[in-house]
Write a protein that binds this ligand. Structure first.
Ligand SMILES: Nc1ncnc2c1ncn2[C@@H]1O[C@H](COP(=O)(O)OP(=O)(O)OP(=O)(O)O)[C@@H](O)[C@H]1O
Length: 267
């Protein structure tokens, strides 16, 4: 169980996240929604400790994550893998090496520098690529892939960390609708098949409602909604999206009303 207690982050006078408290059970698929600047990225980055809280606590299975230092902090970062909007791959390296980078926590640094990856890590990386249906891309340079393929490589890299949580920060923001579906289906499948908790920042309410089992809505750093997607009514949408609420609700209603079942990546 991930427990967030009164988590707050200030940047000077500005409060990016304001006393957020949440309990996230294992295996949840949570969509973090809200307008630009609501505090979604700041929240996810603090869970991974890429950003430091100004106050408050993050607990995971009883461990105080906010107090971790050194090796224990590196281990935590391996247990809650991040997936970014911009993929963060090394474009000139091949796909397999990019994925094996996710094993760095388990491999001495000199081995990765010398490209001396243990056979076992190669096998783990290949198997992660297979589970995302992109094993045939293993030898290609990452920069030659489409956005959707690159994001699946980034998800494979997250998977080989054997994480308990995946923190996906706008993973589909730069993708077209087809690749959006491929990437969201991949996250849904990982959540379902491996029981990995997923926290996913999303701009699109339509996508959030289709894929997530619970929505956490932030507005100006404060929690204004926490519940099942079908409980997000017009009043909650107004609290989240202000004047744009009607527009956002309309486009979400026009899309599939029920939670999408993940489809095979290449049906
Ligand atoms: N490093 C920083 N320095 C100063 N202010 C920051 C910094 N990072 C975030 N902020 C501010 O904190 C607030 C929350 O930002 P955050 O990026 O978490 O929002 P968001 O909901 O993820 O937005 P978006 O959807 O546009 O990515 C914003 O007002 C932002 O300007």
């Amino acid at each position: 169980m991930l427990i967030i207690k009164d988590l707050t982050r200030r940047f000077g006078d500005r409060i990016a996240l304001d006393s957020l408290s949440l309990e996230v059970p294992r295996g949840a698929f949570i969509g973090v929604i809200g307008r630009s600047g609501a505090g979604k990225s700041t929240f996810l980055r603090m869970v991974n400790r890429l950003a430091e809280p100004s106050s408050g606590q993050i607990l995971f299975d009883g461990t105080d994550v906010t107090a971790l230092r050194g090796r224990a902090l590196r281990d935590w970062r391996a247990r809650c893998a991040m997936v970014f909007q911009g993929f963060n791959l090394s474009g000139r390296l091949d796909v397999l090496t990019n994925v094996m980078m996710g094993r760095l926590n388990q491999v001495p640094a000199y081995r990765s520098l010398l490209q001396m990856w243990p056979e076992e890590d190669r096998a783990i990386a290949l198997s992660a690529l297979e589970s995302l249906d992109i094993a045939e891309l293993a030898a290609q340079r990452a920069e030659n892939l489409s956005g959707g393929q690159q994001q699946r490589v980034a998800i494979a890299r997250a998977l080989v960390q054997s994480p308990e949580i995946i923190l996906a920060d706008e993973p589909i923001a730069s993708l077209d609708p087809r690749n959006t579906k491929v990437v969201m289906d991949a996250l849904a499948r990982i959540n379902r098949d491996y029981g990995i908790t997923v926290l996913c920042n999303l701009h699109s309410l339509d996508i959030a409602r289709s894929y997530c089992t619970r929505l956490v809505g932030l507005s100006a750093g404060r929690l204004v909604f926490d519940g099942a997607p079908d409980r997000l009514d017009e009043a909650a949408a107004r609290a989240l999206y202000g004047l744009e609420a009607a527009e956002v609700m309309e486009s979400a209603a026009a899309a599939a009303p029920t939670r999408r079942q993940p489809q095979p990546l290449h049906a």
